[in-house]
Design a protein around this ligand. Structure first.
Ligand SMILES: Nc1nc2c(ncn2[C@@H]2O[C@H](COP(=O)(O)OP(=O)(O)OP(=O)(O)O)[C@@H](O)[C@H]2O)c(=O)[nH]1
Ligand SMILES: [Mg+2]
Length: 354
């Protein structure tokens, strides 16, 4: 007779924690537990009810003289258990060693979810959820795990079946819109600063991040390579890219920097076009026509160094900021969020995960 298949895996994240949870499942799971788990009462893992919990000690059958580990065992289904124990690395390793000695094989969380009959779609969402960078992105994913996206699709189908085509189309349009949001739940929105040398692109990046990530200097052409940094704003993940100021130059190194800047702009989700106190409205308008090839990506025009200007020379189509004293930066960040995510998903709303 072949040995019953038993698998186990750690469910809590790697690294030490207060508690660690290990799943154990398969035809031989109850036998494995019966061999190493000593419950406080009379009930054993093999006889416990579904969803019941047992308190007791995990003792290594090959070293019964060693002190046991206090654990709580819960039964999740006919052949599945979760074991909650101390989260220290030694305790986790010991649990794994005991299960392996008893013939269980180390597996992964994906197979545990298959055992738990989690659908392929929800397994994908759970894998994303583990990577969610913010509370906001995690709660959107949790809504999808709870069926928000599926319900939206069902609602669209129902509206069509009822002949309510206009409503169906409207809902479908909105659902389609959420695709861009879904794409940026785990990967950041890329915002690139463009502008001629010395307008303060690096200073602005540093002011947004709150630390000196990029080198700032009065000399033109300071930034050559791309300087990228991630941060979150309003619960969304952003990557800000500081690049070389764009200009014609004979300096070979700087020319490579300018090429990299142009490539970064081409891959951006949004470009912040930066000007400074030396630029008039006429200069800015001219730049807008020159850069009109960028129409496929939203742009925000910003005049930096407003601390040096007593009377603003620009109209309200240009945001005014100062990377030195921080004026206008909060408004700029809000404008960036508003441009990229004008209609964030409402709680419980379906988003289109690809
Ligand atoms: N007064 C004032 N000076 C600023 C401001 N922002 C930047 N500067 C100064 O402007 C100069 C150029 O700043 P950078 O941030 O290096 O400019 P950049 O656009 O990154 O320049 P390149 O890397 O050469 O393209 C530095 O001397 C900064 O201190 C500001 O808001 N106000
Ligand atoms: Mg720079």
């Amino acid at each position: 007779m072949s040995k019953p298949c038993t698998l186990f895996c750690r469910l809590t994240g790697s690294g030490p924690g207060a508690l660690a949870t290990t799943a154990l499942w398969g035809d031989g799971a109850a036998d494995v537990l019966n061999s190493c788990f000593h419950p406080k009462g009379k009930t054993t893992p093999g006889t416990m009810d579904l969803s019941a919990v047992l308190f007791g000690q995990l003792i290594d059958p090959e070293a019964p003289e060693e002190t046991g580990e206090d654990v709580v065992v819960a039964r999740t289904d006919e052949t599945g258990f979760v074991i909650h124990g101390h989260g220290g690395a030694a305790a986790v390793a010991r649990t794994a060693r005991i299960f392996s000695q008893l013939g269980a094989e180390e597996s992964d969380v994906e197979r545990w979810r298959i055992h738990q009959n989690v659908s392929e779609e929800n397994r994908k969402i759970l894998a994303m959820l583990e990577q969610a960078p913010t509370y906001r992105t995690a709660s959107i994913l949790l809504d999808q795990y709870n069926g928000a996206g599926r319900r939206t699709q069902e609602r669209i189908a129902q509206l069509r079946a009822d002949g309510k085509d206009a409503q169906a189309q409207e809902l479908e349009k909105r659902f389609y819109e959420t695709k861009a949001i879904a794409r940026h739940l785990l990967s950041p929105w890329r915002v690139v600063f463009s502008g001629r040398p010395n307008v303060g692109k690096s200073s602005l990046l540093n002011a947004i991040l709150g630390f000196q990530r990029s080198i700032v200097n009065a000399q033109q052409g300071t930034t050559r390579d791309l300087v990228q940094a991630q941060t979150t704003i309003d619960g969304w993940l952003f990557e800000f890219v500081d690049a070389a100021g764009i200009r014609e130059t004979a300096d070979e190194l700087e020319r490579e920097g300018v090429n990299r800047a142009k490539n970064a702009i081409a891959k951006a989700d949004l470009v912040v076009r930066l000007f400074d106190d030396a630029d008039s409205m006429t200069t800015i308008e001219r730049a807008r026509t020159i850069e009109s090839f960028r129409v496929d990506v939203p742009t925000i025009d910003v005049m930096n160094k407003c601390d040096l200007v007593a009377t603003p020379q620009t109209d309200e189509s240009v945001l005014r900021v100062s990377a030195v004293d921080g004026a206008g930066i909060e408004t700029l960040l809000q404008a960036i969020v508003q441009t990229l995510v004008p209609n964030p998903p409402r709680p419980g709303e379906g988003v289109w995960l690809e």
